[in-house]
Ligand binder design. Sequence first.
Ligand code: KE4
Length: 435
Amino acid sequence: MQRRTERSESAFARAADVLVGGVNSPVRAFKAVGGTPPVIVRARGSAITDIDDNTYVDYVGSYGPAILGHAPQPVVTAVTKAARRGTTYGAPTVGETQLAEAVVAAMDAIEKVRFVSSGTEAVMTALRLARGATGRDKIVKCAGGYHGHADAMLAAAGSGAATLGVPSSPGVPAATAGETLVVDYNDADAVADVLDARGGDVAAVLVEPVAGNMGVVPPRDGYLAALRSACDAAGTLLIFDEVITGFRVAPGGAQKLYGVRADLTVLGKIIGGGLPVGAVGGGAALMDHLAPLGEIYQAGTLSGNPLATAAGLATLEALADDGVYERLEATAAALERGLRDAAAASGLAERVCIQRVGSMMSCFFRPPPVTNYADAAASNADAYAAFFHAMLDAGVYLAPGQFEAMFVSAAHDDGDVAQTIVAAEGAFAAAAERL
Ligand code: KE4
């Protein structure tokens, strides 16, 4: 497909005059893959269209929220109706209660919820709640785990694993990063060792139960259960960041899929149906430490916004329909098989690593397996960039970075999968030249 790009190029140049890097979130700027990002004008179902009128099969899905596909009618109807009643009141509404009830009904470990306006804000709230409730300051996170851009989360591994974190961004005080201990994902012994040594100082272990920000990396058998046991032994809270996996990998999130309950759960993306919603949830006794019942302060002008909660509720109601998750699984499994076949056709069967959990998956340009961030970081970024651009030119829109996930939606059909596989045959050939 000969993509026209003139209008995107001029629109993006105009954006760069007033928006830093032309974007409002860095990944969108294509720095990891090069080139000019298509400037999007509309999306419907599995398709997304740019200002040059190129239409693509979309596997970014806004990095997770668009599990129903774009502009699903139930969501459009709910948001339109809500907007006619006003966009925000700064007061209690029935809609936020209904969304919270839907979350509580689906997530066994959640009895109460606090809504906020982003995943970052939800993680910030969960960390403050954990620290306030335990009286402890340290947080353990995994290298390659992304939990939003709050200072405490912008901590990289210090020298050697499980040492005090060091800032991974200018502007983060060393003292703040130093309150974060960084271990490898999928290394339960590292967490057990840290908690044995410092458990009395550690408020919480925070983990993406299925890693989605180093590419898709599933938990090893027993890993999540081992974290649960280690936290129980140390009196440390276990926080699952399910901003991606919540309502993605199962109606009850990764907790339902793997049978391990978290003390606090962070949600976002899908529960907002494409509008700004984040949430932290947990047992009532723990959650009631938050103001106004408890002493731990947290607030937000647009938290529980009527449009956002209407979009979220319509999304969760649509996901509750019979067969949705079965269809997501069938489509994603067919796509995975097709991608594996396309890779093999280019002689890459043993030189790429495709990993999938439900309707989220990644293709790493390195031999399998990928079990942690160090494995993921050893992928060939040039090969990914070649694959990405070949797919884009063939009408398939992937995330512009190796460390993101591909998301299949309920709107993707057999035709989309067939088009994607044909595109992948050429794209793997292009990538093979870089490997
Ligand atoms: P937001 O603040 O972006 O709503 O959520 C932060 C967050 C928290 N936890 C997890 C597991 C997440 O994946 C995210 C955000 N994910 C990225 C995609 N890797 C959002 C895309 C972006 O940064 O533009």
